[in-house]
Design a protein around this ligand. Structure first.
Ligand code: NAD
Length: 292
C-alpha cells in the first residue's frame, strides 16, 4: 500500500512555481495575489494568513484586504472592481464563506475571469468543461489530479467514483477525471445516491469529498483501489492539545490496508490546495502578460 505524501508533492509544485516566479521577475514582472476577507471568521483568517505567508515565501506580491462583517454588497463589489483594474494584481480570491447578506454568486460574477484563480467564474467553469487550458480550475481538484499523477496512478479507462457534487470539489474533479488527458469513466455520487457502498465497491478510484468524518468505510472499497480523501473534519479528542483533531471522510485505519494507494488526512490533499493556488496565480500572471 502506497501512502501518497501530499506535503512532498506540494513542495515539488511550489519549487516549480518558485522557478517560474524567478523567471518572471528577471523580466521585471512580479505575480500578485489579492485575498479578500469579509468578516472575522477565525478559520477564514487562518486560511487568508497562510495564503499571504506563502506568497511572501515565494517572493510574490500579495494584498490582504480585510473588510468588516457589515460591509455592504456594493462596497465589496467596488473593492473587487478596483482589484480587477489593478495591474499589480493577477489573481483575486474572496475567502468563503462570506457573511449571509453577501450574494456569493454576484461576487464570483464580478471577478475578472482572467484573475479568477479559484476557478469559480462561469467562464472558467465552461472552459473546464470544454477542456480549454486557458481557464482556471479550482485548486483542490487540481491538487488531487496532481497527487494521482505523481503516485503513478493510471486513470485511463479506470472506473472512478467521485462522492460529492460541489462546485469547489466534486463537479470539477469529475470533469478532470473524464477529460481526454485522464480518460477515466466517472460516476458522481451525492446525498441522494442509492446503494453508495455497492457503487464504490466497483471503483478503481474513489474520491471522497463529503464533509463527514470516516464516512467511507472498508466495505465501500475493493482490494487494490486508489482512495483520495478530500475531507477536512474536526472531531473532538480530549487527548489532542486543542481538544480536537482533523480527520478525513475516509475511515483511514480500516480502508488503507485494502488500498493500492491512499491519501492521508492531514498531509494529503490539504497541502496541495494552497500550492495549486500559487500555481494558478503564476499562470494568471503569465497569461495577462502574454507569456507562454
Ligand atoms: P459540500 O458540503 O459543498 O458538498 C458535500 C457533498 O457531499 C454534496 O455534494 C453532497 O451531495 C455530498 N453528500 C453529503 N452527504 C452525503 C451522503 N450521505 N452520501 C453521499 N454524498 C453525500 O462540501 P465541499 O465543499 O465539497 O467539501 C467536502 C469536504 O472536503 C469537506 O470536508 C471540506 O472541508 C473538504 N475540503 C477540503 C479542501 C482541501 O483543501 N483539502 C478543500 C475544499 C473542501
Amino acid at each position: 500500500m502506497q501512502v501518497i505524501d501530499g506535503k512532498k508533492v506540494a513542495e515539488e509544485v511550489l519549487q516549480e512555481v518558485a522557478q517560474e516566479i524567478n523567471a518572471l521577475k528577471s523580466q521585471g514582472i512580479t505575480p500578485g495575489l489579492a485575498v479578500v476577507l469579509v468578516g472575522e471568521d477565525p478559520a477564514s483568517q487562518v486560511y487568508v494568513n497562510s495564503k499571504a505567508r506563502k506568497c511572501a515565501e515565494l517572493g510574490m506580491h500579495s494584498e490582504k484586504i480585510v473588510l468588516s462583517a457589515d460591509t455592504s454588497q456594493e462596497e465589496l463589489l467596488k473593492v473587487i472592481e478596483q482589484l480587477n483594474n489593478n495591474p499589480a494584481i493577477h489573481g483575486i480570491l474572496v475567502q468563503s464563506p462570506p457573511p449571509k447578506h453577501i450574494d456569493e454568486a454576484a461576487v464570483v460574477l464580478t471577478i475578472d475571469p482572467a484573475k479568477d484563480v479559484d476557478g469559480f467564474h462561469p467562464e472558467n467553469v465552461a472552459k473546464l468543461v470544454l477542456e480549454d487550458e486557458t481557464g482556471f480550475v479550482p485548486c483542490t481538484p487540481l491538487g488531487c489530479m496532481r497527487l494521482l499523477k505523481s503516485a503513478g496512478i493510471d486513470t485511463c479507462g479506470a472506473n472512478a467514483v467521485v462522492i460529492g457534487r460541489s462546485m469547489i470539489v466534486g463537479k470539477p474533479m469529475a470533469h478532470l477525471l473524464m477529460a481526454k488527458d485522464a480518460n477515466a469513466t466517472v460516476t458522481v455520487a451525492h446525498s441522494r445516491t442509492k446503494n453508495l457502498a455497492d457503487l464504490c465497491k466497483g471503483a478503481d478510484i474513489i474520491v471522497a469529498a463529503i464533509g463527514r468524518p470516516n464516512f467511507v468505510t472498508a466495505d465501500f472499497v475493493k482490494d487494490g483501489a486508489v482512495v483520495v480523501d478530500v475531507g477536512i473534519n474536526r472531531v473532538e479528542d480530549a487527548t489532542a492539545p486543542r481538544g480536537y483533531r482533523i480527520v478525513g471522510d475516509v475511515d483511514y485505519a480500516n480502508v488503507a490496508p485494502k488500498c493500492k494507494a491512499i491519501t492521508p488526512v492531514p498531509g494529503g490533499v490539504g497541502p496541495m490546495t494552497i500550492a495549486l493556488l500559487m500555481a494558478n496565480t503564476v499562470k494568471a500572471c503569465k497569461q495577462q502578460n502574454n507569456i507562454r
